[in-house]
Design a protein around this ligand. Structure first.
Ligand SMILES: [Fe+2]
Length: 381
């Protein structure tokens, strides 16, 4: 549950604050809003995400002078979800008002969903149609949900992809990672790609802080483009860095608690424990019950989630359904005919048939035609 009203400014240190968002409440037409971080590195004001809604924009704008004087603006997007990118043009507004330069960087792999969030969410909802209670067909549900996130300005005048910069090898304590540095190395973006295909986490050197964004939403990623192993990897990497003292403070996008030292390590370990417990629960509830009815699986996992925790910042049947489908895949099950609402089972372990190699006899004729076409189209170059 959100502990704080939208727009609460949580002080972290004399150069950093967290501006809190809010939870999703579709019944009351309320979008969720990810928390945003405001930090000053030298003369650079660093914003990590911009949430969505006019109210959050106003709150963020009111917080930019809480971290000391600055004369440049740097906006870093953790990932492309609508609850994090709606006010990305705020840096242009601030730059024009203050007469200072601004930059905005976002992950290349999330740009498509920033351009077309409805298709992204339609695909996500299609993956659970017939499995979890979806109030309307995927396309209609996607439009309804995305319509809550207004105004939506994910692109500003200077938006570029991180991937346009040369990739750097970066260390977080003893953990070796890759990403990009900004503000003379005071701000570093580390690739994590767990929660979404492009997700990054942000390391603020002068605050010894890592902002996990939505990588800390729980032990099991719900989105179709989530990568469970990358999620676990970044949680483990940050836990190691905190354990070593290279990082002292950890923040995240849907929990306003600022965690330090051992509390942060315990929190990260708890999410890794959730990941293991959820996968164990998936094995237990499917044991000797193949083929698995995905609806019944969702019911079983919903019950187990209540004990294990890790249901995410917006626990509801739709997200639990998405997480359940990801769990079925994570334990190696496949849906019949590739359709998620059909029975899931383990594919037969069949050795491949012997392969004949180059054709001979009559089979030479279509092979020769295929070769001629291949060469004519210049594909053999
Ligand atoms: Fe989020």
């Amino acid at each position: 549950m959100t502990e704080t009203p939208l727009g609460t400014v949580v002080a972290i240190d004399d150069r950093t604050v967290l501006v809190t968002g809010q939870e999703l409440d579709v019944a009351h037409e309320q979008p969720d809003v990810g928390h945003a971080l405001v930090h000053r590195a030298g003369d650079v004001l660093v914003l990590v995400d911009t949430g969505v809604t006019e109210a959050f924009r106003a709150a963020l704008k009111g917080a930019v002078d809480r971290v000391g004087p600055w004369s440049r603006l740097l906006l870093l997007t953790t990932h492309g979800h609508t609850d994090h990118v709606g006010n990305n043009d705020l840096v242009d507004e601030l730059a024009a008002e203050r007469g200072v330069p601004a930059e905005h960087w976002a992950p290349a792999r999330d740009l498509e969903q920033m351009r077309d969030p409805v298709s992204y969410w339609e695909h996500a909802f299609a993956g659970i149609s017939g499995v979890a209670p979806l109030p309307a067909p995927p396309a209609l549900s996607a439009r309804k949900v995305v319509s809550l996130f207004q105004p939506m300005h994910p692109f500003g005048a200077t938006t570029r992809a991180y991937e346009e910069r040369p990739l750097e090898r970066l260390s977080l304590g003893s953990v070796r990672m890759t990403g990009w540095s900004f503000a003379d190395g005071a701000v570093r973006v580390l690739r994590s790609q767990g929660h979404t295909a492009g997700h990054v986490v942000v390391h603020l050197r002068d605050s010894a802080l890592v902002h996990l964004g939505d990588e800390a939403n729980g032990g099991c990623g719900a989105m179709p483009d989530a990568d469970q192993l990358k999620l676990h990897s970044v949680l483990g990497a940050v836990a190691t860095a905190v354990g070593e003292g290279a990082v002292t403070t950890v923040t995240q996008a849907h929990d306003a608690t600022v965690r330090r030292g051992p509390d942060a390590v315990a929190h990260l370990d708890e999410m890794l424990d959730q990941a293991v417990a959820l996968q164990q629960a998936a094995l237990e509830v499917t044991d000797a019950r193949e083929p698995v009815d995905p609806k019944r699986f969702v019911d079983d996992i919903t019950a187990r989630l209540a004990e294990i925790g890790g249901g995410g910042p917006n626990p509801n049947p739709v997200f639990t359904g998405m997480m359940s489908v990801n769990l079925l895949a994570a334990i190696g099950l496949h849906p019949a005919r590739g359709e998620g609402d059909r029975a899931w089972s383990r594919p037969e372990q069949e050795n491949p048939a012997p392969v004949a190699g180059m054709p001979h006899g009559l089979a030479l004729l279509p092979a020769a035609a295929a070769m001629a076409g291949w060469k004519l189209r210049g594909r053999d170059r």
